[in-house]
Ligand binder design. Structure first.
Ligand code: UGA
Length: 473
């Protein structure tokens, strides 16, 4: 679809009123941040409990900095919440749709029922020229389909326009990423839509943020292509970890050496237990599924391998823990440190840590899970596991300690003190977050994915350094 350039462009609203449909992770963050940028914002959700919590100043999930922003935005009088779609339709000049697109039951496809319902509900009610902007991650072609659906449903016909504005925020950095994004992407079908959307992001654009204006399909593709690239980079280094395990090489040193090449870079090259969360895993699967539907499945067939490499890391760490436990996990006490898919989040969707804890439990281990923020969500997902309220409780009497999510609390723990609590000083570092030398010095048997059981490589490096120092002396 190309952008129509016309001579007479309908007027835009310079300081648009904004609605945000869906008050989950993405929507609540977007609504709060838009209000803090000075816009009048109405957040909408069908979940009355969520709306009541947000209206009362409580963010219903863990995100550093967001609760303070919410309180400030509510106090400013610019932000309110509702469950009423009639109110939303009457309020907004620009409507952002931020509802979830989870993996469909029994398939790799994305479940688009929430997105469709939101667009339909708005289209049936909006009675003045307005813009509906999708922010949810969707399969390519969805925006074009929704454009037709809106034109059919709306009393305004094609006067009511659709645009796409993918979101790149990371959990744990949501406020920073929303207020200072590294780029904005507008998928638009008309110059009016481009101008109206620019007005809705004026302060961010005035800040010098790069803007890419594209057609709808490209905007949809940018999002899945970005997440696929990040997932591929992580699985690449984890594939190298597999090679390291077969050769005695050290993936940590390998990643460090690679990262000094600017063309490769060190970000998202951290080996370990791999990626999880509500985005990367489901996005690469939905992309593969959609590409197959479009007849270009072969182009992204490698994403299946990316997914497989990622899942093999979870199995491999269970092997390492079993090995350290003496070959059999039955009846062994394992301290599982972490449940969230990454630190600074309470999100356990497709969390590698929780998946590992579950596999250990299924092999008969007594698993004690501790996560600084995600225990409650983890308990809801896997009620059979034992959850404790502190790191001390988790490690006391443990036969093996497994670091599964790299929270600062775990990184900063003193190996000598921990050593006094456990039954055996054996630790597996699933995230390359612990100081192996400090643990070994404190008498721990230390293992990590993709690193040799004995630190021969490091010893060799030190040895050579000593020798060259001796030579130059
Ligand atoms: C990801 C993207 O980074 C965002 O740009 C995107 O907007 C978001 O998905 C989304 O689609 O909504 P997020 O899921 O918050 O953000 O998490 P990331 O920080 O990307 O981490 C994803 C996973 O990769 C985590 O489990 C993390 O532990 C793992 N990871 C990350 C590694 O294993 N190694 C690395 O080097 C980096």
């Amino acid at each position: 679809m190309s952008i129509q350039r016309t001579t007479s462009i309908p007027p835009i609203v310079e300081h648009p009123r904004i609605t945000v449909i869906g008050s989950g992770y993405l929507g609540a963050t977007h609504a709060i941040c838009m209000a803090s940028l000075g816009y009048e914002v109405l957040g909408v959700d069908v979940d009355e409990e969520k709306i009541a919590a947000l209206s009362a100043g409580t963010v219903p999930f863990f995100e550093p900095g967001l609760p303070e922003q919410l309180v400030e935005a509510l106090d400013s009088g610019r932000l309110s919440f509702t469950t009423d779609f009639d109110e939303a339709a009457a309020f907004g000049d620009v409507h952002f749709v931020c509802v979830g697109t989870p993996q469909a039951e029994g398939s790799h496809a994305a479940d688009l029922s929430y997105v469709d319902a939101a667009f339909e509900a708005l289209a049936a009610r909006i009675t003045r020229k307005a813009l509906i902007v999708g922010k949810s991650t969707v399969p390519i072609g969805t925006a074009a389909r929704l454009t037709a659906l809106v034109a059919e449903t709306s009393p305004l016909g094609d006067e009511l326009e659709v645009a796409w504005n993918p979101e790149f925020l990371r959990e744990g950095f949501a406020v920073q990423d929303t207020l200072h994004p590294d780029r904005l992407v507008f998928g638009v079908a008309s110059e009016w839509a481009e101008r109206q959307l620019s007005a809705a992001f004026r302060p961010i654009l005035d800040d010098g943020t790069p803007l890419i204006v594209a057609d709808l399909a490209t905007a949809e593709l940018v999002k899945v292509a970005a997440n696929s690239f990040l997932a591929t980079k992580i699985s690449y280094i984890n594939a190298m970890a597999e090679v390291c395990e077969a050769t005695g090489a050290d993936v940590n040193l390998l990643a460090t050496a690679l990262s000094h090449d600017d063309r490769i870079g060190g970000r998202f090259l951290k080996p370990g237990l791999g990626f999880g969360g509500g985005c990367l895993p489901k996005d690469i699967r939905a992309f593969t599924h959609r590409a197959e539907e479009l007849g270009v499945g072969q182009a992204v067939a490698f994403l299946r391998e990316v997914d497989d490499i990622n899942n093999r890391r979870r199995l491999r760490i269970v092997d390492l823990i079993r090995e350290l436990a003496g070959g059999d996990l039955a009846g062994k006490r394992i301290a599982a440190l972490g449940a969230a898919f990454k630190p600074n989040s309470d999100d356990v969707r497709d969390a590698p840590a929780l998946d590992v804890a579950r596999m250990l439990y299924l092999e008969g281990a007594e698993v004690r899970v501790y996560d600084p923020e995600a225990n409650a969500n983890a308990h809801r997902a896997y009620p059979d596991l034992e959850y404790v309220d502190s790191m001390t409780e988790a490690v006391t009497g443990a036969d093996v300690v497994a670091l599964l999510t790299e929270w600062d609390e775990f990184r900063q723990a003193d190996p000598a003190e921990l050593g006094r609590l456990v039954a055996s000083r054996r630790v597996v570092d699933g995230r390359h977050a612990l100081d192996a030398d400090a643990y070994r010095a404190a008498g721990w048997e230390f293992r990590a994915l993709g690193r040799p059981a004995q630190p021969e490589t490091v010893a060799l490096v030190v040895d050579l350094k000593d020798r060259s120092e001796a030579l130059s002396a």
